[in-house]
Design a protein around this ligand. Structure first.
Ligand SMILES: *Cc1c(COP(=O)(O)O)cnc(C)c1O
Length: 371
């Protein structure tokens, strides 16, 4: 007899800020036989996966692939490839993830100018316009499409026009929007974008889909200095992910994770992007109606469907409610971050978990637990 009992994790209903619930079909794909990462059969699967990513990102960008680590790695890969020491950049901050981008940009040696908004607000065109005017030598602007710390849904079309009129690149964090809200990389002329697998794509954490425009590739090709990060140096990764000839070894691709992503993307595309966005909208509206009946209001004016950031009602204790939801109902919701700690809950309705069943179960459980 082994001293180790069999691993037996509980089946949670994941309605927090991520990870979200992973469907059995994806879990099964993860358990498929591991191949070599240069095996032509695997390369075919990987190419197919990148093609599916292009469809979900709505882009024809040749350089579209999953970075081998979680969402933060996509952020770091984009920053380290597009920025050289001494470059000026503009970073929009209205929550945790904009703040992280600033930190990473500074570590890459950039001089960062920030455009800030209150937590819960969108970045205004006015504030962005002022920054573009004050810092015209900036190379790029970064913005968070779906700020998971506040639930804010940032519109991008006007932002894109302004950034390109100023001759800069547009970098977007779409970790909590891809697969739940429209992300139109080509139409919105996004130059570099990253996401994560464990939010609305309904895969386990571990990969960060990214896509680079031709304009971004030109900026990378014109670099004077080597990319400081070896692992994320896109000039080396390019041959493996978008080469047509020999695929050279850089690092061992996370084969089984790519199987899982391929399956998750197949489910997204089989459902249909528009149908999927509509499903997220409908369950969000249902949750909103039910929460309002319980006396719980939304914090952001422009709320994501995929992440619902709501005020904890007066007299209700944060920790005990969340831990009872977890223990008694096996439901996970998220705590507030930063200034929202103890004041907000973050309820995810992402991908496979964005269902009427989950909404109704959570509403019933919350009603019970808050009494
Ligand atoms: C989750 C998240 C990230 C980071 O992704 P990890 O997978 O945790 O590394 C980045 N940006 C946003 C908006 C996120 O929600």
């Amino acid at each position: 007899m082994s001293e180790f009992t069999q691993l037996n994790p509980a089946e949670r209903i994941l309605m927090g800020p991520g990870p979200s619930t992973v469907p059995a079909r994806v879990l099964k794909a993860l358990g498929s036989p591991t191949m070599g990462h240069l095996d032509p059969d695997y390369i075919e699967i990987m190419d197919e996966c990148c093609g599916m990513l292009r469809r979900v990102f709505r882009t024809t960008n040749a350089l579209t692939f999953p970075v081998s680590a979680t969402g933060m790695a996509g952020m770091e890969a984009i920053a380290s490839n597009l920025v050289e020491r001494g470059d000026e950049v503009i970073v929009c901050i209205n929550g945790v993830f904009g703040g992280r981008m600033k930190d990473i940009m500074e570590r890459c040696g950039a001089t960062v100018h920030t455009v800030e908004a209150e937590w819960g607000d969108v970045i205004s065109g006015e504030a962005l316009g002022e920054a573009l005017e004050s810092h015209p030598k900036s190379r790029l602007v970064t913005i968070v499409h779906a700020e998971t710390s506040t639930g804010v849904h940032q519109p991008l079309e006007e932002v894109s026009r302004m950034v390109h009129d100023a001759g800069m690149l547009l970098v977007v964090d779409a970790v909590t929007s891809l697969g739940g809200h429209p992300v139109n990389v080509d139409d919105w002329e996004i130059d570099a974008i990253f996401s994560g697998t464990q939010k609305c794509l309904s895969c386990p954490p571990g990969l960060s889909p990214v896509s680079f425009s031709e304009r971004a590739l030109e900026v990378m090709d014109a670099r004077q200095s080597k990319v400081q990060s070896w692992y994320f140096d896109v000039s080396m990764l390019r041959d493996y992910y978008s080469g047509s000839g020999a695929r050279a070894y850089h690092h061992t691709a996370p084969i089984n994770m790519v199987y899982g992503l391929r399956e998750g993307l197949a489910m997204v595309l089989e459902e249909g992007l528009e149908e999927r966005f509509e499903r997220h909208r409908v369950v969000h509206e249902r949750l909103r109606g039910g929460l309002e009946e319980l006396g719980i209001s939304y914090i952001p004016e422009s709320s994501l469907h995929t992440l619902n950031c709501v005020r904890i009602p007066d007299g209700v204790e944060d920790g005990p409610v969340r831990s009872r939801l977890l223990r008694e109902y096996s439901i996970e919701i998220g705590a507030g971050l930063g200034p929202f700690a103890g004041k907000a809950w973050r309820i995810g309705l992402m991908g496979h978990a964005a269902t009427r069943r989950n909404v109704d179960l959570l509403l019933a459980a919350l009603g019970e637990v808050m009494e």
